[in-house]
Ligand binder design. Structure first.
Ligand SMILES: *[C@@H]1O[C@H](CO)[C@@H](O)[C@H](O)[C@H]1NC(C)=O
Ligand SMILES: *[C@@H]1O[C@H](CO)[C@@H](O)[C@H](O)[C@H]1NC(C)=O
Length: 292
């Protein structure tokens, strides 16, 4: 009896322990995922106050987030490699590093711009990415922080290519910068839409103009022919007047048949009465239609 009771207790505690261990593991896993969430570009302002334009541009650049770009630059002051990532850290041991300069001579690394101070702007076929808050200059530019300007230019043939250094400006007393270029289709305007609309419009208007001038020629030419050569008078001067009148009647009949909601037998009775009473008149109308 007591042995059974003890094992029951043991069982209970074992279960409790398992439940606890499991829930702790879940909480720990959640904390780890939250902490390991990859850093991304931090725009100016708190979450609610960020510019919607910059957020839209950041979204547009998302396909480039997992890429890394590199370019070499050599001048009389040194030989460097520049490495860029879009909204990701170049080196995880260099906090927020978005663009890093690596000296080929002594392997020294400098952060040119950081992703936690990102600015974005765009025009019709370019996007400008600015990383501020780089490592400070030693002597130049009143020892302000370095800054990287990356001009992303429209190139429809590629997702990303041609990362190059364009210039380094450090003669100014402030607002110095490292300027780069990158080509990407993401910077292109949605042009197909634009062109197609333009195209369709012009084809449509050409057809419309052609059609309406043909009609005008037909009416004027026919009118002159009827009047001067056939010698018609009044409404008869219109070309194929009887035909169009017939067609009009036909369409009206068709419409009457299709659209009117009165019962089927009523028009039949009406027509019967009408035929009897209007016999002469309808003959007269038929005569009217005969010439032509
Ligand atoms: C960006 O990150 C750097 C390095 O982690 C830090 O020194 C700087 O204050 C940060 N800037 C902002 C605006 O958070
Ligand atoms: C800039 O980018 C936004 C968001 O992608 C876009 O809606 C806007 O048309 C672009 N501006 C110009 C001038 O192309």
């Amino acid at each position: 009896m007591s042995v059974g009771c003890a094992s029951l207790f043991f069982d209970f505690f074992a279960r409790m322990f398992l439940v606890h261990a499991f829930s702790h593991a879940v909480i720990l896993a959640i904390i780890i995922t939250v902490m390991a969430e990859e850093k991304t570009c931090d725009l100016l302002g708190e979450r609610e106050q960020e510019s919607s334009k910059e957020l839209a541009l950041m979204n547009r650049l998302k396909p480039l987030f997992n890429q890394s770009f590199e370019t070499e630059s050599k001048n009389d002051e040194g030989h460097y490699i520049y490495r860029l990532r879009i909204c990701r850290e170049v080196f995880s041991n260099m906090t927020n590093s978005g663009l890093v300069q690596i000296s080929k001579i002594n392997n020294k690394q400098k952060v040119i711009g950081r992703i936690n101070e990102t600015h974005l702007a765009n025009g019709t076929s370019w996007i400008m990415l600015i990383y501020q808050s780089g490592d400070p200059y030693d002597r130049h530019c009143t020892q302000e922080d370095r800054k990287a300007l990356v001009m992303i230019i429209c190139n429809r043939t590629t997702l990303a290519t041609g990362f190059t250094m364009v210039a380094e400006e450090k003669e100014k007393i402030k607002q110095c910068s490292y300027v780069f270029e990158l080509e990407s289709s993401l910077a292109c305007p949605p042009e197909e839409l634009h062109q197609n609309v333009h195209h369709h419009l012009s084809i449509g208007s050409i057809l419309l103009i052609t059609f309406s001038s043909l009609i005008a020629v037909y009416i004027i030419g026919g009118f002159l022919y009827q009047r001067l050569i056939v010698g018609a008078k009044g409404m008869e001067q219109f070309p194929h007047f009887a035909f169009w009148q017939d067609l009009g009647n036909l369409v009206a009949d068709g419409c009457d048949f299709m659209c009117r909601s009165k019962p089927q037998n009523v028009p039949a009775a009406y027509r019967g009465v009408g035929d009897d009473q209007l016999g002469e008149e309808s003959e007269e109308q038929d005569d009217h239609l005969l010439p032509m």
